[in-house]
Design a protein around this ligand. Structure first.
Ligand SMILES: *Cc1c(COP(=O)(O)O)cnc(C)c1O
Length: 228
């Protein structure tokens, strides 16, 4: 039996971006390459193909890669749970924070955003399946958080983010994405700068796009499985 050659990083990345565009059917959609645990060399390779936006979960790991890739002009998204003692580093070193889920962090982030930088783009993370183990606010808390963010010119509210439960029943996942879309539409009805709905990962990003995602966060389908 012949061994199939491994899919190259370039092929995997092109395939994901093409699938995302096909699922969006002409609507704009952004692919965030989730590079946690991946080496800076792999990020540099993708940057060479034109991938600009990368997502990281751990602040220290991200900062080390940012130093190594300082010449690449990349856009860095913090997508891991945020503790208050990391607000300063996130405010100083990231372009986006996708996991804002409590008002306590809002003032800290605004205070630490350097005045010479553009506002920090933030997404409110919603715990859409109401899982006890997950971070994210309840859907009925979004409006209050949005109001708190709007009070700070150092922050720019760009929309909502969710990590629905990895339910094997795709119909239930779809329903969670649809509930997020409703929350996003409510947020947008209040006016303001929200234009981003971040949901969908390697296993379900096309489904998420079909339900209205404008940004998908894809790791293993681009980079291959994460090593231990
Ligand atoms: C790791 C991670 C992803 C990417 O997961 P894959 O299944 O590898 O695509 C997306 N979003 C968040 C918040 C993550 O932590």
């Amino acid at each position: 039996m012949q061994v199939k050659p491994a899919v190259s990083l370039e092929q995997a990345w092109r395939s994901v971006t093409q699938r995302a565009e096909a699922a969006a059917g002409g609507r704009p959609v952004r692919v965030l390459a989730v590079s946690k645990t991946q080496p800076a060399t792999a990020i540099r390779t993708l940057a060479g193909f034109g991938q600009r936006a990368f997502g990281e979960n751990y602040v220290q790991e991200a900062l080390a890669k940012q130093v190594e890739l300082a010449d690449c002009a990349l856009e860095w998204h913090m997508i891991g749970p945020l503790q208050s003692n990391k607000c300063r580093e996130v405010a100083e070193h990231f372009d986006w924070l996708q996991t804002l889920d409590r008002t306590k962090l809002v003032g800290l982030l605004a205070r630490h955003r350097p005045s010479g930088m553009a506002p920090l783009n933030v997404l409110i993370q919603v715990n859409i399946d109401d899982e006890a183990s997950k971070s994210g606010c309840r859907p009925d808390q979004v409006a209050a958080l949005a109001e708190a963010i709007a009070a700070h010119p150092q922050l720019c509210l760009r929309g909502l983010m969710a990590i629905p439960a990895p339910d094997p029943d795709m119909a239930r996942r779809r329903a969670a994405f649809a509930r997020m879309r409703e929350a996003f539409d409510r947020l947008r009805a209040d006016g303001g700068s929200a234009d981003t709905l971040s949901m969908g990962m390697s296993e379900d990003f096309e489904l998420a796009i079909a339900e209205g995602a404008t940004m998908v966060r894809v790791g293993s389908t681009i980079f291959g499985p994460r090593g231990g």
